[in-house]
Design a protein around this ligand. Structure first.
Ligand code: URP
Ligand code: ZN
Ligand code: ZN
Ligand code: ZN
Length: 460
């Protein structure tokens, strides 16, 4: 089937222009004005922006913690993502201690098969990999999982030591893949948590107060040193503060292949939510925690100057009732994470583009093109070009988006953005040529989304 998306303004990471976009089955056929190509279906996009489908490289679905599993599975999470203009997510396949990495990937692929509305990949989370088993990385890279994630936080649960960080970075880098790092000094944070609990500081606000910015910046610095030693690239997830972002920017200035993301919550909310002993504050227990207001301007500055490359959502939702409430009386038992996969584009269009923090082209770069390049999906995904996948978003800047958890397919029982209204609304979304969202309503169903085998990382 051929579709013409007519009369809109096409936006890529580098330019915008008025043109019609032609889709032929799962691919983009042409872009241009006054072309004489037969079509079966025409969509009027006048007054709208036509963007590449979003790539969200940090989404936790069916993700287990020690005590529970994320509220969203592959179906509910990808349905929410589609409504927000995301056509590809990269989820996490978590290694159980001792488990061979190829088995980790297979287990996650089996769980997701037939469940997703949009396309998906996996990063394998390495929690345990002695040097004698490094060859397992070669196998997962061959299977299309070309990035691995490692945690410098959560000792006793997910944290690996610096030796494992170094050897895995070296091997995955040599394979053309990308090591991702959750950078916080987990051992030092653990001391602060134990001291707080011992002093009777057990309410959720203490989550925010026991993870200081310098322990994030220190871990970023340490991981950059290890990456430099090995020659591997490194990608830092969820950078939350000025100090950590400056470590990344300094490394880039030294010519190192170091990349980083931040998330919408660090740009739109701040640590003033951690102000009293109310358990409702558990809504804002994510890691790293929200920071003081001054960090927001610093992060926007780094996004403009390419110190930060990507904005992901770190969608990792847990219900307040039945999940987060496990931490009543002990904040360290609250599952960490918040939802947000549905709202990246409206939040960033409103607070980023409309507020004058970034251009529309930069919005496309940080939500689609850059993550596609870094995670081996480009140019099939992340841009609007002849031959690319027909992953397309029609964004109407005249409409508005009001955020409410009750109206979302996400199964989480609250939103940190509840009641917010953003300028701009995702009107239509195509994933490989199939209209998965029409007039803001979900049309796609579970099983349309496919596992995408990713290639080597390419720098941005
Ligand atoms: O709070 C968060 N970010 N939870 C998800 C796990 C992680 O650290 O990415
Ligand atoms: Zn993390
Ligand atoms: Zn430093
Ligand atoms: Zn995460």
């Amino acid at each position: 089937m051929r579709t013409r998306i007519a009369g809109g303004t096409i936006v890529t990471a580098s330019e915008r222009f008025a043109a019609d976009l032609y889709l032929d089955g799962p691919r983009i056929l042409a872009l241009g004005s006054g072309l004489d190509l037969g079509v079966d279906h025409e969509v009027d996009a006048s007054g709208c922006y036509v963007l590449p489908g979003g790539v969200d490289p940090h989404v936790h679905l069916d993700f287990p913690t020690l005590t529970t599993v994320t509220a969203d599975d592959s179906t509910s999470g990808t349905a929410a993502a589609a409504l927000g203009g995301t056509t590809t997510i990269i989820n996490f396949a978590l290694q159980r201690r001792g488990e061979p990495l190829p088995a980790v990937l297979e287990r996650s692929l089996a769980l997701a098969a037939g469940q997703a509305v949009i396309d998906y990949g996996f990063h394998v989370v390495v929690t345990d990999l002695p040097e004698s088993r490094l060859a397992e990385l070669d196998e997962i890279v061959r299977a299309g999982a070309t990035s691995v994630k490692m945690f410098m936080a959560y000792p006793g649960e997910l944290m690996i030591d610096d030796g494992t960080l170094l050897t895995v970075m070296e091997r995955i880098g040599a394979l053309g893949g990308l090591p991702m790092v959750h950078a916080e000094n987990g051992t030092a944070i653990d001391v602060l948590i134990r001291r707080a609990l011992a002093a009777g500081r057990t309410s959720p606000q203490w989550h925010g107060k026991t993870r200081p910015t310098i322990l994030e910046a220190e871990a970023v610095h340490r991981a950059i040193v290890l990456a430099e030693l090995t020659g591997a690239p490194a990608y830092f997830v969820h950078i939350s503060c000025d100090e950590a972002a400056r470590e990344v920017a300094d490394a880039k200035h030294r010519g190192l292949p170091v990349f980083a993301e931040t998330c919408p919550h660090y740009l739109t909310l701040d640590s003033s939510v951690y102000r009293d002993d109310d358990f409702d504050v558990a809504k804002y227990v994510m890691t790293p925690p929200l920071r003081e207001p001054r960090h927001q301007a610093a992060l926007w500055g780094q996004i403009r100057q390419a110190g930060l490359d990507v904005i992901s959502t770190d969608h990792c939702p847990f219900c307040l009732v039945g999940q987060k409430d496990a931490g009543i009386g002990d904040f360290s038992r609250i599952p960490n994470g918040v939802g947000g996969v549905q709202y990246r584009l409206p939040l960033l269009y409103d607070r980023g583009v409309r507020a004058g923090n970034i251009t529309l082209e930069r919005l496309v770069a940080i939500t689609a093109t850059n993550p596609a390049k870094l995670f081996g999906l480009y140019p099939a995904k992340g841009t609007l070009a002849v031959g690319s996948d027909a992953d397309v978003v029609v964004l109407d800047p005249r409409a508005t988006t009001t955020i409410t958890a009750a109206a979302s397919p996400s199964k989480v029982d609250y939103s940190i953005y509840e009641g917010w209204t953003c300028a701009g609304a995702v009107r239509d979304v195509y994933c490989r040529g199939t209209r998965v969202v029409a007039d803001g309503q979900l049309r796609g169903s579970a099983g349309h989304g496919r596992f995408v085998e990713r290639g080597p990382t390419t720098p941005v």
